[in-house]
Design a protein around this ligand. Structure first.
Ligand code: PEP
Ligand code: MG
Length: 328
C-alpha cells in the first residue's frame, strides 16, 4: 500500500468528476520542507513557526528567525508556504519568557497564547514580522494568524505588519512582491463575525484540532473525551459547511489544516462540504490523494446536503457505506 501511495507522488489530486483539490503539508522545522518533494504536495499550508521557539534554549533572535524562513522559502521553491505567526503560551510555555508572564494557567488552551500573547508582547511580534518580511523579499509571502477570536485582533496584527513594511520600505529595503494575510478559524466566535473580516482576508484556514475542542468544550488531549464526540457529527460538519459557504461566496479560499484532514473518511466528508484545500501531515498525503482521485465530489455533496438536513448522531456509518458503495 505504501508503494502504491509512493506512485501517487506525481499524480494530481483531481476528483473523478474533474475538480482539482489542493493538498499541502503541515511543517515546523527546516527539514520538514523535504516532504513537499517526497509526497508531491502543493506546498506548505501550515508552517508552525513556534517550533523554533520551542526547541531553543533562548528566545530566537530576529536574524535566526529570518534565516529559517528564508531557508524554508528557498527549499520550497515555487511552491507556496503559509507561515503561521507564533502559537506559544498556554501549554506551549517557554522557559525563557518572564516568570510572571509564564505562570501556571488553569486553562492553558484558552489562555494567554498565540496572537493574544503576540499582540501583548509587541517586541516579539515586531521581530517576527520583520524576519518574515525580510525573508520574503522578492517573492510572495503568506502570513497567517492563530487563535483570532475577533476581527479587531486581525486588524491589530495587520497594522503591526504594515508598520514594519513601511519601516523597511523607507530604508529602501527589498520587500516581498506581495504579502497575503489570512487567519486560522479555530475559535468558534470568529464564525459569527465572518462578514466583518472576510473582505480583509486573502485566505482562511480552519484548525479543526482547536475548533472541535472549543466547539464541544472538550479538551483535545483528554483521554476520557477522545471517543465521545465524533469529527463526523452534525455540529462540526454544519459548522464547517457554513464557513465554507460564506467564505466561498466572498471569494476567500478556505483550507482545513487540522488533523481531521489527514484521515481519508474525514477528508472525504470535508470535500463533500465543499472544502477544496487541505493541509495535512506528510505521511497522509498518499492516502488522501488516492481518496480524492476515486471520489465523485458533486455526488457526495448532494448526498451530504440531504444527510445534514435531518442528520443522525454521526455521519460516519453513512459516509463509510457511501465510500464502500462508490469505490472510494
Ligand atoms: C489546529 O488547531 O487545528 C491547528 C492546526 O493548530 P495546532 O494543532 O498547532 O493548534
Ligand atoms: Mg490550533
Amino acid at each position: 500500500r505504501r508503494a502504491a501511495f509512493a506512485r501517487l507522488r506525481g499524480a494530481e489530486p483531481v476528483t473523478k468528476d474533474g475538480h482539482r483539490m489542493t493538498v499541502m503539508v503541515n511543517a515546523g522545522l527546516r527539514d520538514d520542507v523535504a516532504a513537499i518533494e517526497l509526497t508531491g504536495a502543493d506546498g506548505i499550508g501550515l508552517f508552525r513557526t513556534e517550533f523554533q521557539f520551542l526547541v531553543s534554549a533562548t528566545l530566537p533572535q530576529r536574524e535566526r528567525q529570518q534565516r529559517l524562513y528564508r531557508d524554508v522559502l528557498d527549499a520550497a521553491g515555487d511552491k507556496p508556504v503559509v507561515f503561521r505567526t507564533v502559537d506559544i503560551g498556554g501549554d506551549k510555555a517557554l522557559p525563557y519568557l518572564d516568570h510572571d508572564e509564564n505562570s501556571e494557567e488553569e486553562n492553558p488552551a484558552m489562555g494567554w497564547r498565540a496572537l493574544r500573547l503576540a499582540l501583548d508582547r509587541e517586541a516579539l511580534m515586531k521581530a517576527q514580522a520583520r524576519a518574515l518580511l525580510e525573508a520574503g523579499a522578492g517573492r510572495v509571502l503568506n502570513v497567517m494568524f492563530p487563535m483570532v477570536s475577533e476581527p479587531w485582533e486581525f486588524d491589530e496584527a495587520l497594522e503591526l505588519f504594515e508598520v514594519q513594511r513601511n519601516w523597511l520600505s523607507d530604508r529602501g529595503r527589498k520587500l516581498p512582491t506581495e504579502v497575503r494575510f489570512g487567519v486560522m478559524l479555530e475559535v468558534p466566535a470568529l464564525a459569527e463575525t465572518l462578514d466583518m473580516i472576510l473582505p480583509k482576508l486573502d485566505f482562511l484556514s480552519i484548525g479543526t484540532n482547536d475548533l472541535t475542542q472549543f466547539l464541544f468544550a472538550a479538551d483535545r488531549a483528554h483521554p476520557k473525551l477522545a471517543l465521545r464526540y465524533d469529527w463526523l457529527s452534525p455540529a462540526i460538519l454544519r459548522f464547517i459547511r457554513r464557513v465554507q459557504t460564506q467564505a466561498g461566496a466572498a471569494g476567500v479560499p478556505v483550507a482545513v489544516c487540522g488533523e481531521m484532514g489527514g484521515r481519508p473518511l474525514e477528508a472525504m466528508a470535508l470535500l463533500g462540504l465543499g472544502i477544496e484545500r487541505l493541509s495535512i501531515t506528510p505521511a497522509a498525503v498518499g492516502s488522501i490523494k488516492a481518496m480524492v482521485r476515486s471520489l465523485d465530489r458533486d455526488a457526495l455533496m448532494a448526498e451530504m446536503n440531504g444527510w445534514l438536513a435531518t442528520p443522525p448522531r454521526s455521519l460516519r456509518p453513512l459516509l463509510t457505506r457511501w465510500a464502500e458503495a462508490h469505490g472510494v
